[in-house]
Design a protein around this ligand. Structure first.
Ligand SMILES: C[S@@+](CC[C@H](N)C(=O)[O-])C[C@H]1O[C@@H](n2cnc3c(N)ncnc32)[C@H](O)[C@@H]1O
Length: 334
């Protein structure tokens, strides 16, 4: 177990959690640049977390702006509510999943918005609390639900009830873990597995010494795969992107359409975001050999980031959690 503990610092910017969680917003300057928040505008932060990006948006939108803060984690939302209290009634809060973005926004009277932010993944509050079970550096129950009030499956239920083949497929598909079969077999042998450390130990034993020299902990990909599955992260993103797109306003003049900014932390998420924006920014989706367009598809987005925006060395040095962040942005044009 000492080996596991020594690697704690590699999990992100949560080396020590105190009673007041600290979350350093990732790519904050870049997110604000692409959101281009204007005074009096309306904005939605779909992943409010501890309110880092939300605070910057609320500041920039001024006294006449409105911001809707959404998070599926009640604790995070309550933390953000306190943090953003100085902005008064300009900021409202809704507990929910952005896979239901259209109805959450409609309920709060938000439409034709100027900007939407999705900063995906987990917050320091979730990651740094042993009882949430997200981190292999902290011993806790294997939970991993962002929304603890939902009747979602926990990581422990998956690890202890799925058959070996399903576990291997999960680790391979969502964790891109090349030793998925060997790890799945070891996990099944080690059952019952109730805690983060029990799972981390089973994975470590399965992959042996080869990974010990590696930059990442042997259990990183397995934990990521479980978290993605428990929270249905990819399905939420698939569902949330078109709803965010539809909520963006057209603006009053050229280049005034609403903007969507998405920060993702692993390649599966980024691929979904990239493909969605590219498709909706393309005029015609017919195969190139067709002489005339049959699909009738029209571009309704403009890609603002032709290449993914990544943090610079200084940000990564100050906040290691930022190292895998990728930002993409687009703007409504029709
Ligand atoms: C990386 S944190 C956001 C941090 C935030 N931008 C800040 O500066 O404090 C991601 C947050 O999004 C929430 N979240 C993730 N997926 C979500 C979803 N599908 N719907 C609503 N909230 C989600 C998580 O609960 C977490 O609090």
């Amino acid at each position: 177990m000492a080996a596991t503990l020594r690697t704690a610092g590699r999990q992100g910017n949560v080396a020590v959690m105190t009673s007041t969680p600290v979350h350093v917003p990732v790519l904050l300057a870049e997110a604000m640049e692409y959101l281009a928040v204007r005074p009096g505008g309306t904005y939605i932060d779909c992943t409010t977390g501890l309110g880092g990006h939300s605070s910057a948006i609320a500041e920039a939108m001024g006294a006449d702006g409105r911001l809707l803060c959404i998070d599926q984690d009640r604790e995070a939302l309550e933390f953000a509510r306190t943090k953003l209290a100085p902005f008064g009634r300009r900021v409202s809060f809704v507990h929910g999943n952005f896979r239901e973005l259209a109805s959450l926004a409609a309920r709060e009277g938000f439409h034709d918005v100027d900007g939407i932010l999705m900063d995906l993944g987990v917050s320091s509050l979730q990651f740094g609390e042993a009882g949430r079970g997200f981190a292999f550096s902290l011993e806790g129950p294997l939970d991993m639900r962002m929304n603890r009030s939902a009747d979602e499956i926990t990581a422990a239920e998956i690890v202890n009830t799925w058959d070996e083949r399903s576990l291997a497929d999960l680790f391979f598909e969502y964790g891109e873990e090349r030793q998925s079969r060997r790890i799945a077999a070891a996990v099944v042998r080690a059952r019952p597995i109730e805690t983060t450390w029990e799972l981390a130990r089973a994975v470590e034993q399965a992959v042996g010494g080869a990974r010990r020299q590696s930059q990442i902990h042997p259990a990183t990909k397995v934990f990521l795969a479980l978290r993605i599955r428990v929270n249905g992260e990819l399905d939420s993103l698939h569902a949330g992107l078109p709803q965010a797109h539809s909520l963006l306003g057209f603006g009053t003049g050229r280049d005034n359409g609403g903007r969507l900014v998405v920060i993702s932390f692993h390649s599966l998420e980024d691929r979904i975001v990239k493909q969605y924006i590219r498709r909706e920014a393309t005029e015609c989706l017919c195969p190139p050999q067709l002489p005339v367009c049959r699909c009738g598809h029209v571009a309704t987005l403009r890609e603002l980031t032709k290449r993914a925006v990544r943090p610079g060395e200084a940000e990564i040095a100050a906040n290691p959690r930022a190292r895998s962040a990728v930002l993409r942005a687009c703007q409504r044009i029709r």
